[in-house]
Ligand binder design. Structure first.
Ligand code: ADP
Ligand code: MG
Length: 547
């Protein structure tokens, strides 16, 4: 095959990109790389009216394993490295090179499987899946078709739904399997010079393919499930989960049917690079198929691409012709064996050479769903706040650190963390770990407010100032800028009198029973004193003066 010869030889001379003639590419594009199947499984739960068409969604997700080296070779894994700089002879499919399985990748897949409640197959197998594409120099991908490493799991995800979007809705999606497989290289189509360039840096990087059952019904659910998966993978450290960098690639299988009837013909939507677009692409596709069926047409089994500019899905290639991948066992890799626990290791095999499920299980971190439940339970905060805390990397740890350093009620602290802190982080486009205000410093500021040394509006002002001048404590700023609470009765009386005198209409309204107007006067007093007036005293004084 010409492609791999060019790839291999030029690679060795460290040429930046490998050209591949465009004409061949056109040919290649016509060959489908996806599978064809029209499932006829009945849907487990049918919630809508019998005659109405409902959407059915099943996701196939490729998660790039966080690992220093590739699945079967020692080449480094790195994003945005110079083209073809991370390619070993094996990655370029030079004859005579052999795969050596990366234990880290196996451990990552087992860990992910455990976190998703899968059964871990003690013995799994590698297979060759053949197809011809310029960025696949071997002409086949090593994958796990007959017996994947993990099967039969479930992902529990939750999202905020209901009218006010504050009700926690919890759902399950079944995981059919998780398989280990190699990534392909990348083709870059250079239309100006009418050629295709091949970058093999990504060729052979370890992927986990997660296949979900068609358990979901629309974009919102799919988006929530992927977000949950992303958080789980990040918590485990098995995949960084960045969709825009291609670490998490989601293909959405979408069909429509009438509840109670067999599933409809599905389309597969590709090229979705964010969770937001995933939801939009799915909802668009459900609507499009609904229109087709309602007009009496039939949905074609095809692969479609999502165009984020138009918000539409467009046909890419049809899948009517069955693709034969000529699956065969990978002859250069023995079955992959993992062990239940140290006791089941055969004699002569050291625990550090083997993959031991029990050891991985013991190392599982607290997962996002558990974190949220614990936060609501332990601190009595609202579920939506628990979502915010878990969504942002490091925010939960920040909140808990503040809680350890103060005796304040969690409900008072949570607003500071989810509004004030998150607001400034967003504004400055930075992460919690770079917050110039430490949890201890925030706790100290909150204590000052709680003790009545400053008003809440001044506390916010001080917080912003602390942000601008890292290292300065709240107390220092309050002292330097003289922001302490004014509770000097004579001074307060003077300011209140001035406000009362200059607002006869308001005073009149209060006197005739409209007590709410007092708040306006309080606001005016605070304005005069730059938010520093003791609110309790001001209220008392104003009440006295307007009675
Ligand atoms: P294949 O053998 O063709 O790969 P699978 O049964 O493995 O088909 O399913 C592939 C993906 O398509 C899975 O994620 C599954 O949930 C989804 N899927 C299967 N049938 C449907 C359908 N009718 N509607 C929506 N998704 C489907
Ligand atoms: Mg499949």
């Amino acid at each position: 095959m010409a492609a791999s010869c060019i790839a291999a030889s030029e690679l060795l001379h460290n040429i930046k990109l490998i050209p591949y003639h465009k004409a061949s590419c056109v040919l290649i594009r016509r060959i489908s790389t996806s599978k064809l199947k029209c499932s006829s499984q009945p849907v487990a739960e049918a919630t809508s009216a019998p005659q109405q068409l409902v959407g059915v969604v099943g996701l196939e997700i490729h998660a790039q394993i966080s690992s220093n080296t590739k699945l079967f070779s020692g080449s480094s894994v790195q994003f945005l490295a110079p083209p073809n700089s991370l390619v070993s002879f094996f990655d370029a499919s030079l004859p005579g090179t052999l795969p050596v399985l990366n234990r880290r990748c196996v451990e990552a897949a087992v860990m992910t499987g455990l976190a998703l409640n899968c059964t871990i197959n003690k013995k799994s197998l590698f297979d060759r899946k053949h197809y011809f594409y310029a960025d696949l120099p071997a002409g086949y991908q090593i994958t796990q078709q007959r017996r994947p490493v993990a099967v039969d799991g479930v992902l529990t995800y939750s999202f905020l739904g209901g009218k006010k979007r504050n009700q926690v809705i919890r759902k399950n999606v079944h995981i059919k399997q998780i398989q280990l497989e190699q990534d392909s290289g990348k083709s870059l189509h250079d239309d100006v010079n009418n050629q295709t360039l091949i970058d093999l840096n990504r060729a052979g990087v370890g992927l986990m393919e997660l296949v979900m059952e068609p358990d979901m019904s629309g974009g919102e659910e799919a988006a929530a499930a992927v977000r949950e998966l992303q958080l789980i993978l990040q918590a485990l450290g098995t995949c960084q989960g960045n969709m825009s960098e291609g670490q998490l690639r989601v293909d959405a299988n979408v069909s429509v049917h009438r509840a109670g009837e067999p599933l409809g013909v599905r389309t597969e939507v590709k090229n979705i690079n964010s969770i937001r677009f995933l939801a939009k692409a799915i909802d668009f596709e459900i609507q499009r198929q609904t229109d087709v069926v309602q007009r009496g047409g039939t949905v074609k089994n095809e692969t479609r691409a999502y165009d984020s500019k138009s918000g539409e899905t467009v046909p890419m290639r049809d899948k009517e012709g069955l693709q034969d991948y000529r699956f065969m066992p990978e002859p250069n890799l023995p079955p992959l064996i993992v062990f239940e626990d140290n006791a089941s290791l055969p004699a002569g095999i050291d625990a550090c050479q083997a993959v031991v499920v029990q050891t991985i299980k013991e190392g599982l971190p607290e997962l996002p769903g558990i974190k949220r439940d614990r936060l609501v339970q332990a601190y009595g905060i609202l579920p939506e706040h628990s979502f915010t805390l878990v969504n942002e990397d490091g925010l939960m740890e920040y909140f808990e650190a503040v809680m350890r350093a103060t005796k304040m009620e969690p409900r008072k602290v949570i607003g500071w963390v989810t509004n004030e802190l998150v607001g400034l982080l967003k504004q400055q486009n930075t992460s919690v770990s770079h917050s110039p205000v430490t949890p201890a410093a925030l706790a100290e500021l909150l204590e000052l407010q709680e003790a009545g040394h400053i008003s809440s509006s001044v506390a916010k002002q001080v917080f912003q100032e602390m942000w601008r001048s890292p290292g300065k404590t709240g107390a220092e700023i309050i002292r330097e800028q003289d922001l302490g609470l004014v509770s000097d009765a004579a001074k307060l009386h003077r300011v209140c009198q001035k406000v009362v005198d200059s607002h006869p209409d308001e005073v009149c309204a209060i006197r005739s029973g409209n007590k709410k107007v007092l708040n306006r006067l309080m606001g005016l007093v605070q304005k005069e004193l730059k938010g520093r007036a003791d609110p309790v005293l001001v209220r008392e004084i104003l009440q006295e003066k307007t009675s």
